[in-house]
Design a protein around this ligand. Structure first.
Ligand code: ZN
Length: 180
């Protein structure tokens, strides 16, 4: 038809879920991440590193990566947004080393929601010690902050792809269990 190759296409079936990326303090962020935390608390999970971060399925009694004696790494996640535009939502990743500082903040302010967080590394290297700075974000009343999403659900969406690589697609996807 008069040489126009575009054909109108209806939207795909099913609910469209915006993808929520994981943000780490690393080379991709030039070793400095600033974020406004939306979650009340940190959601922690045991993971393995196998080219990328994947959940440990030890709670199901069959974690291939545990059987291969791969090291377990605990990682904590919160929903966060950028403090300026407060539009983009992402999962911010914490290591065990910053948890004492985070706990001190929670003890003082009773929630992480509304904390302005800056993550840096002691040295510009992906495995260098993570350093956190937290202060209450004063520029927006807590009631006006965007709602926090379900961290476990969003991680599942990101991580569930790893199961088709690790299991024979029996469809039995184990639940992520939160590690306190
Ligand atoms: Zn495991």
């Amino acid at each position: 038809m008069n040489g126009n190759p575009l054909s109108p296409t209806p939207p795909p079936d099913g609910p469209v879920r915006p993808s929520v990326p994981i943000v780490r303090c690393g080379p991709g962020s030039q070793y400095r991440v600033r974020a406004l935390v939306l979650s009340e608390e940190v959601h922690g999970f045991n993971t393995h590193y196998s080219g990328r971060t994947v959940p440990c399925l030890d709670s199901t009694g069959e974690c291939e990566l545990c059987e291969q004696r791969r090291a377990i790494r605990w990682l904590g996640y919160v929903h966060a947004t950028d403090p300026i535009h407060r539009v983009k939502r992402f999962l911010l990743e914490f290591t065990p080393g910053v948890m004492p500082d985070i706990q001190r903040y929670v003890d003082q302010y009773r929630t992480l929601r509304g904390a302005w967080v800056e993550l840096t590394r002691a040295k510009a290297h992906p495995t260098s010690r993570l350093v956190v700075n937290l202060v209450p974000f004063r520029e927006c009343p807590p009631g006006e902050l965007p709602v926090a999403g379900d961290v476990r659900q969003d991680l599942w969406r990101i991580w569930s792809g790893s199961f088709s690589e690790r299991k024979d697609g029996d469809g039995d996807r184990p639940d992520l269990s939160v590690v306190a």
